[in-house]
Design a protein around this ligand. Sequence first.
Ligand SMILES: Cc1ncc(COP(=O)(O)O)c(C=O)c1O
Length: 424
Amino acid sequence: MASRTAISRGILRRSSTFGVRSVASWWKNVDPAPKDPILGVTEAFLADPSPDKVNVGVGAYRDDNGKPVVLECVREAESKIAGNLNMEYLPMGGSMKMVEETLKLAYGENSDLIKEKRIAAVQALSGTGACRLFADFQKRFHPDSQIYIPVPTWANHHNIWRDAQVPQRTFHYYHPESKGLDFASLMDDVKNAPSGSFFLLHACAHNPTGVDPSEEQWREISYQFKVNGHFAFFDMAYQGFASGDPERDAKSIRIFLEDGHLIGCAQSYAKNMGLYGQRVGCLSVLCEDETQAVVVKSQLQQIARPMYSNPPVHGALIVSTILSDPDLKNLWLKEVKVMADRIIGMRTALRENIEKLGSSLSWEHITNQIGMFCYSGLTPEQVDRLTNEFHIYLTRNGRISMAGVTTGNVGYLANAIHEVSQSA
Ligand SMILES: Cc1ncc(COP(=O)(O)O)c(C=O)c1O
């Protein structure tokens, strides 16, 4: 072993001559990662000193003054649990009380599937964590499978299944001309995919397009999935944000359940409870019976263990406190509706303001689309003009987060959209 004196004389520092790397070379091969398209928009917004600046990039709810919101039901739950909480670990699968309440939202309050214990479910690190856990589970138990992802989709879906090493295929979803659903091509893709394929479906309030299939279309999709033996994985990040009613927004899932599908589902409380940074969510996999559900859950926990061991406790306690108290749950339902209604109101206001300016284009899609986003149809160049000339920040795919639109900025936004779209 080298003596201290030898080290201080620099003898070990010269050891690179014996083939040991110099300290500085360890990460020389690392190039900067590409900027996340959504988070990069916020960075640029924050750096802009203009008093007129508007951020309609990130999908986080704001009140009509443009301020982040903590729901009253969350405040009340926090005061109820304050001081009662110890800081012990949760089990690997997380808070079972939270998971139980969360399953009721997706599968139905009186679901037989819950009573029969056929659902393998674990607390997850919000919707992203739930998707990632599922992608790893898919890879582990169906190593040769692929995932069919809609075009377009939330950009992180691609990262998640890529990092889980599941090959990706796409299916048609959005129709740029009508700015609605390309239902015929979607159905063709479902029919033509090899039987037993995995599909990622947005349960409601599709991100980024705000375009959802109608109830009738969901029934046809479900039927075709049955015929082809496909697996539906629902990502439900916006339950309540589409219609204002979480029960109504779960319709797509309920249709698949009625048809007897064994689905998977990612749920998140980031948006509908405003718990963005708490990272509370749930992954569930519906199984044939209770025995299979126990086995599947054990494997989901096994995947979580080396990644993060067990999920965080505070947000889960907020959720279970709200959902297991009838008064708090009612308050939550009211507050979700207030958020959804404000967004719906802003859609009408944005459309009316643009139309009043005499636009020759159709802006019907602003009010036809639902949920947090409006897929405006603006080109990347038009978006660049919005940002450079009007200090309005959004992703280059033209996605406007309606949650960032307020009575105070809707006129300014409408005027800028009119300016850049007229001169196309
Ligand atoms: C479609 C979709 N899925 C999942 C998520 C995950 O969000 P979180 O991890 O914050 O719950 C988002 C967030 O923007 C989303 O839009």
